[in-house]
Design a binder for this molecule. Structure first.
Ligand code: GLU
Length: 535
């Protein structure tokens, strides 16, 4: 019977979600939506030692920022669902709140001979471990060693019952069968075979905290939540044989999900997994949102660094997947259409921070001038520039009052959009279109503000004050250059003086563009300021 596609993203709230984790969530989401199925969020928090406050909220907010909306597991207010309803039939979606259901499953495996009780204390295991080390061996709790350890396979039934009743430091371990080939299929990696002799007897459930381990909770929940495909990071591939064995032991092989293990995101340079350290060293974020840890150390986030969520998502989608042709720009909707597991690559995907910027630049260019202006206004305000009026109001500015109209800002945005990667760049590219320069780049001034040049620049300015034609960049540029050329003055030198006076530096936007924005009065005032300050 064809089952409804149901996939899940099952993060552990042990810290901020790494961008690799977001990619896992994204591929799950794309797969679910493409197959008209459900995308479920489940919080795997059974390892209380690794729990980090705020991590769960972070995960949910990060997914929301990316537009990856779970169908099940999170309510409208962005909270993990704790009570079952029609939309969220499998609540609670936090494993710590499902603790009551796992023990019976573990006991069922013991009853059927697939698992056993283990009573070895931490100290006892430590002692065997050290003894093994002394012999130059490594200890594993497995088919060979289990028969010399304290468990329900070696102790009498009476003693076992007694220990179960009277002690709390026991666990239930999976009894890995001997010399059995586990044949598995991975949607990305194909057929895989592993002999069980290489595997150990993993703990499934712990009496001490009455909690399951990852393996048990994961399989039980995937089964109960009717998951059809498990799409997760490659680091879980070594657990796959155990998971296959568990499905078999429970008698759930018929509805066992299919598995896809995604390759790692790799460092931009060198080998290995992309880490926070790479980001810190090379100045790029590895987290979707900013994160401040318990020690108060902050990590960069794509959101706070000015990336558009669409650009971030598009970039992530292409890290390990390609559509089979050269196309690179995809909206989330288009990704849902185009995505396919067959085109997900087996090899790790090298992260390229410049490419991330390229995506953002492309998305910036695709946005309308008004959209960009709206995003830019708060940045202007933070820099002490007031923005007044509306898009239908006339263009105006009052530099003395640090005030410009919205349509003025929109004009600037249209002019410099092509040069920007982030909205914040609008300010760094041309702060002088919003306020007169307060200082002049020293080495530029030393190089260009020479008497023989600035006297000519002042004469050219003087000529422009008297110019009565249209005040557009084109007309102003023609008039100014025509005048300088007509006098056979050195064009570059004169222009550099003008630019220094207008913008505070000798490089930047074209003079005619600057003049067309700031107008004649501001032109005069900036020339006077420059003379006053630079001599
Ligand atoms: N809780 C696991 C994690 O943090 C989930 C692994 C899986 O998807 O099975 O990655």
């Amino acid at each position: 019977m064809e089952r409804r596609t149901r996939v899940r993203f099952a993060p552990s709230p042990t810290g901020p979600l790494h961008m690799g984790g977001v990619r896992t969530a994204l591929y799950n989401y794309l797969y679910a939506k493409q197959h008209g199925g459900d995308f479920i969020l489940r919080i795997e928090d059974t390892d209380s030692h690794r729990f980090v406050p705020g991590a769960e909220e972070y995960i949910i907010e990060a997914l929301k920022w990316c537009g990856i909306v779970p169908d099940e597991g999170v309510d409208k207010d962005g909270k993990v669902v704790e009570t079952a309803s029609e939309r969220h039939p499998h609540a609670p979606y936090r494993q710590s709140q499902r603790r009551g259901i796992y023990r019976a499953y573990a006991e069922q495996l013991v009853a059927n001979g697939y698992a056993y009780y283990a009573f070895d204390s931490a100290e006892e295991l430590e002692a065997v471990r050290s003894a093994a080390e002394a012999r130059g061996e490594t200890f594993t709790y497995n088919q060979k060693s289990r028969m010399s350890l304290r468990n329900s396979l070696t102790l009498s039934a009476e003693e076992t019952s007694k220990l179960l009743e009277e002690t709390v430091n026991w666990t239930i371990r999976f009894k890995m069968p001997e010399n059995t080939v586990v044949a598995m299929d991975d949607m990305i990696r194909g057929h895989i075979e592993v002999n069980t002799d290489t595997l150990d007897d993993k703990v499934l459930w712990k009496r001490a905290d009455e909690l399951p381990t990852y393996h048990l909770a994961n399989i039980v929940d995937d089964h109960l939540m009717e998951i059809t495909e498990v799409i997760r990071g490659e680091e879980w591939l070594p657990s796959l044989p155990l998971h296959y064995m568990l499905y078999k032991a429970f008698g759930w092989e018929e509805t066992r999900p299919r598995f896809a293990h995604l390759s790692l995101l790799l460092k931009p340079v060198g080998n290995g997994k992309l880490s926070k350290r790479d980001g810190d060293k090379m100045g790029f974020p590895v987290f979707p949102l900013r994160w401040v840890n318990a020690e108060g150390e902050a990590s960069h986030g794509y959101r706070e660094d000015g990336y558009f969520p669409e650009a971030f998502v598009n970039m992530l989608a292409m890290l390990g997947w390609n559509p089979g042709d050269d196309r690179e720009l995809f909206s989330l909707e288009e990704l849902i259409q185009a995505f396919s597991m067959e085109k997900v690559q087996k090899a790790g995907a090298k992260f390229n921070p410049d490419k991330a910027k390229w995506f953002n630049k492309e998305y910036l260019r695709m946005k309308s001038d008004e959209e960009l202006t709206d995003l830019f206004v708060p940045i202007l305000e933070a820099n002490g520039i007031e923005v007044t009026g509306c898009y239908k109001c006339p263009v105006s500015h009052d530099f003395a009052a640090h005030s410009v109209s919205k349509n003025y800002v929109k004009g600037v945005v249209a002019l410099i959009k092509e040069r920007a990667t982030f909205v914040a760049d609008f300010w760094t590219i041309a702060p002088y279109l919003f306020a007169a320069p307060k200082e002049y780049v020293e080495k530029d001034a030393a190089k260009f503000w020479k008497e023989e040049n600035y006297t000519l620049a002042l004469k050219a300015a003087e000529h422009m004050y008297g110019y009565e034609g249209p005040w557009t960049a084109e007309a102003v540029g023609e008039e100014l250059e025509g005048f300088i050329r007509g006098n056979e003055w050195p064009m570059g030198k004169v222009m550099n003086c003008l630019r220094l006076a207008l913008s505070g530096a000798s490089s930047g936007l074209g003079i005619a563009d600057i003049l067309s924005f700031i107008g004649k009065d501001e032109f005069r005032s900036r020339m006077e300021n420059a003379v006053a300050q630079l001599g």
